[in-house]
Design a protein around this ligand. Structure first.
Ligand code: ATP
Length: 328
């Protein structure tokens, strides 16, 4: 028989992502619905070690569904990687009588949660919050949809200047080792070429493709480059290489950077966060642990934290094919 839960803690950890606040709100309000206390844990595992907790009620999360970032703040904690640090965190939870955790973050945060559960038996449920969409067990992570919309909006603007000056723009987007943002935002923004780590097309193919575009009458082009692309050159070297081989082009580079992580979450991310938060709390109340909440085929599903950490999401080959046809 699982232990009854009376006090739940929620934290955000790792890189922030739009939709984290909507998930916090959902967790807090679901706790309120089921009459259990909910504590916000500030600054991820760092705040857990320091006992930085605050009781949250339904009204504590008013007007945050529309805000980017995380009101609980996020942090990367070196100390939590050590047994001593985790013991301190456990002692603080015990002092506050917090008996279950919802961890909103990426695979590193889930690894920490899983180890913590194994060591101290505190039930944990993960909610995937990262713009990179690189977590196994869910079609969408929180923040990914918002980041896509941000990137498309910015590339639309870059295209205005690219076409006014007959320029070739290399736009580097986030995604760590995955090309989800690059591929989807690239197709959405009508990029001529998209370079992603999952598919190494080689530099010759890139030149050929740009030359073909030029011959077909295109005066400007946008090449979207995933930050983790494996062509062997960084985006600046890539632009230089193309300029050297195609002197008719004036190449420019735009590295979008952290703006991709900010901003008000899209409706999709807000709804997803609301659904995931409710399920996360209900799973804990039903005695489950060590699971991540995800969405598969528009249904909220669960996967073990272990699989979420070890598995990888595959890029949509069909979308790569579509992008090839669109880029003619
Ligand atoms: P993002 O995808 O945005 O990087 P993340 O959750 O993967 O998010 P990490 O920095 O990898 O971000 O992990 C967040 C925190 O989780 C770390 O700062 C650390 O406190 C904890 N953590 C990560 N890996 C471990 C581990 N092996 N053992 C204990 N704690 C860990």
């Amino acid at each position: 028989m699982p232990k009854k839960i009376f006090k739940l803690g929620v934290l955000t950890s790792g890189g922030d992502a739009p939709g984290m606040n909507a998930a916090i709100r959902s967790v807090v309000r679901t706790c309120s619905h089921y009459n259990i206390e909910c504590y916000g844990i500030y600054r991820g595992y760092e705040g857990m070690i320091e006992g930085d907790f605050k009781l949250m009620e339904a009204r504590s999360v008013s007007n945050i569904i529309n805000r980017g970032g995380t009101i609980l703040k996020s942090a990367r904690s070196q100390e939590f990687r050590t047994p001593v640090g985790r013991k301190k965190a456990f002692d603080k939870l015990q002092e506050a009588e917090i008996d279950a955790l919802v961890v909103i973050g990426g695979d590193g945060s889930f690894t920490g949660a899983k180890i913590f559960n194994e060591e101290f038996g505190i039930p944990v449920i993960g909610i995937p919050g990262t713009i990179d969409n690189d977590i196994y067990g869910t079609d969408y992570t929180l923040g990914y949809d918002t980041a896509l919309n941000t990137v498309v909006e910015v590339i639309d603007k870059i295209r205005d200047t690219a076409s006014s000056h007959n320029r070739l723009f290399f736009v580097e987007v986030m995604g760590r080792d995955a090309g989800f943002i690059a591929l989807n935002a690239g197709v959405g923004a009508g990029a001529e070429e998209i370079l992603i780590p999952e598919e190494d097309l080689g530099l010759d193919r890139l030149l050929e493709s740009l030359q073909r575009s030029k011959r077909s009458g295109k005066a400007s082009s946008i090449v979207v480059v995933a930050e983790g692309d494996k062509n062997g050159k960084n985006v600046f070297e890539l632009a230089k290489y193309v300029e050297q081989n195609m002197p008719e082009y004036e190449a420019r580079v735009s590295v979008l950077g952290h703006m991709q992580r900010g901003g008000s979450p899209s409706c999709f991310d807000r709804v997803l966060a609301s659904r995931m938060g409710v399920r996360a709390v209900e799973l804990l109340l039903d005695g489950h642990s060590n699971l991540m909440v995800g969405m598969k085929n528009n249904k909220i599903e669960t996967v073990s934290l272990e699989k979420a950490i070890k598995g990888s999401n595959h890029i949509d080959k069909e979308l790569i094919r579509v992008s090839g046809i669109m880029g003619v």
